[in-house]
Design a protein around this ligand. Structure first.
Ligand code: 3BY
Ligand code: FES
Length: 437
């Protein structure tokens, strides 16, 4: 990686330990009651954001069962490059194999269980446990265990494999022994939308990590609406903050913006049609598996990128894209990710739950792999708008966490423009109902 920014609001805390069986049954009953009485278009009740037992159920019900976004192939370009992905108490190694493939392995030594890799990213020859030096190949196979007994079979003690799927350069993980099959159908929907941006031929220009002081669902809910976008002055220079509003919902002070966005969207769609670039909105954010919403939105000003004027931030087009004015390809996937796909760069966002009140948000900016920092782009400028936007969002999430854990909290109504928030919460509620069934 060229550069990594770690911003930690507070020291990380471990996930709640699994509860004893009796407590577990009681907490499941409690969860059932809360899910059953959840009303559509109304925020979730406090325990969904604050109860360590419900957090443990979220991990078991969502992250142990469904596909989630982990990283892009640009983060592990060379054989031996790895990233570790932590979700609650789970840790997964994603490592590039010698043949260019990606291996996903449990980051748990098969001897006495020590964490094998403790860095968030890096490069290794083999995977060596720091405790007694059991040594694993990049495919997870055990290649050395000193002083093991004569009847010891190393073939039985490779690092446990996790299901992974790479779609247009985006790597997804599923921790379930039998992953849900319908994700492949969702992947077929978004692959043609992402492919023109050619992620396999990008490199990481910058990565930002923020530990947000809020439950992972608050992070996702915040991302799914632009009702709060007046709080993003830098973003508002190029991003039409009337996103998601119908004409009759547009507030007075945003009428001009809304009209500009309608014209710009019309023009963008004609341009995309000419080039054969997909722009069609696909809206199924609470569908069965990895709920999805994608579409291509025009940008304000020059219409090219997330800068103060809308002008490009990297001089190198991605892949074989024909034009810089392709607006913002926006992709939302449940449960934990969103993406902005532009002609000059791609930004991936992943939310990884840490505990009931902490979430790691990892944002990665990708540019053409032959773009040179200081020549074709400046990492500082490339990342300015979304670094600011993310910090502002972390502030909103922190404020909300504090309010929803106050005994004075009563869940309030979503407005129509928060339909994607309702869709996320509804997706979550339905998946959790399946989990406790
Ligand atoms: O990141 C997104 O998807 C946008 C940006 C602002 C609000 N949200 C809908
Ligand atoms: Fe890893 Fe002993 S726990 S080698």
């Amino acid at each position: 990686l060229d550069s990594v920014q770690h911003t930690s609001a507070a020291p990380a805390r471990r996930a709640a330990p699994p509860s004893p069986a009796a407590e577990d049954a009681a907490s499941l009953e409690r969860l059932r009651t809360l899910l059953d009485r959840r009303r559509r278009w109304t925020a979730l009740e406090s325990p969904f954001y604050s109860d360590p037992a419900i957090f443990a159920h979220d991990i078991a019900g969502i992250f142990d069962r469904h596909w989630f976004f982990a990283a892009s192939v640009a983060e592990i370009p060379e054989p031996g490059d790895f990233v570790t992905i932590d979700v609650g108490s789970r840790s997964i190694i994603l490592i590039r194999d010698d043949d260019g493939g990606v291996n996903a392995l449990r980051n748990v030594c098969r001897h006495r269980g020590a964490r094998v890799l403790t860095e968030p990213s890096g490069s290794v020859g083999n995977l060596v446990c720091a405790y007694h030096s059991w040594t694993y190949g990049r495919d997870g196979s055990l290649i050395h265990a000193a002083a093991a007994g004569a009847d010891f079979d190393p073939g039985c003690f490779g690092l446990r494999k996790v299901h992974s799927m790479t779609v247009a350069g985006l790597i997804f993980l599923c921790l379930a022994p039998e992953p849900p099959a319908d994700f492949a159908a969702v992947a077929e929907i978004f692959a043609p939308f992402v492919e023109p941006h050619d992620i396999p031929r990008t490199k990481v220009a910058f990565q930002q990590e923020i530990v947000e002081e809020g439950n992972w669902k608050l992070v996702m809910e915040n991302n799914r609406e632009c009702y709060h976008c007046d709080g993003h002055p830098e973003l508002a220079c190029s991003y039409f903050t009337t996103w998601g509003l119908e004409e009759h919902e547009v507030p007075e002070h945003q009428i001009d913006t809304w009209h500009r966005s309608v014209l710009a969207d019309h023009e963008l769609r004609e341009r995309c049609e000419r080039y054969g670039i997909p722009w069609q909105v696909y809206d199924a954010p609470d569908s069965r598996e990895a709920g999805i919403r994608m579409g291509r939105d025009a940008l304000d000003g020059d219409g090219e990128s997330f800068s103060a004027t809308g002008r490009r931030l990297s001089e190198k087009l991605l892949g074989d894209l024909p034009d810089f004015r392709l607006g913002d390809g926006s992709l939302h996937l449940q449960p934990n990710s969103w993406f902005h796909l532009l002609a000059d760069h791609v930004i991936t966002f992943a939310a990884f739950p840490m505990s009931e009140n902490r979430t790691l948000v990892r944002t990665t900016w990708l540019v053409a792999d032959d773009a040179v920092d200081g020549v074709d782009y400046r990492a500082e400028d490339l990342t300015h708008v979304w670094r600011q936007t993310n910090i502002q969002d972390a502030g909103f999430v922190g404020l909300t966490q504090r309010g929803v854990t106050d005994p004075g909290y009563v869940p309030g109504p979503y407005t129509p423009t928060e339909h994607q928030v309702e869709a996320f919460v509804n997706w979550y509620t339905m998946r959790m109902q399946e989990y406790i069934r």
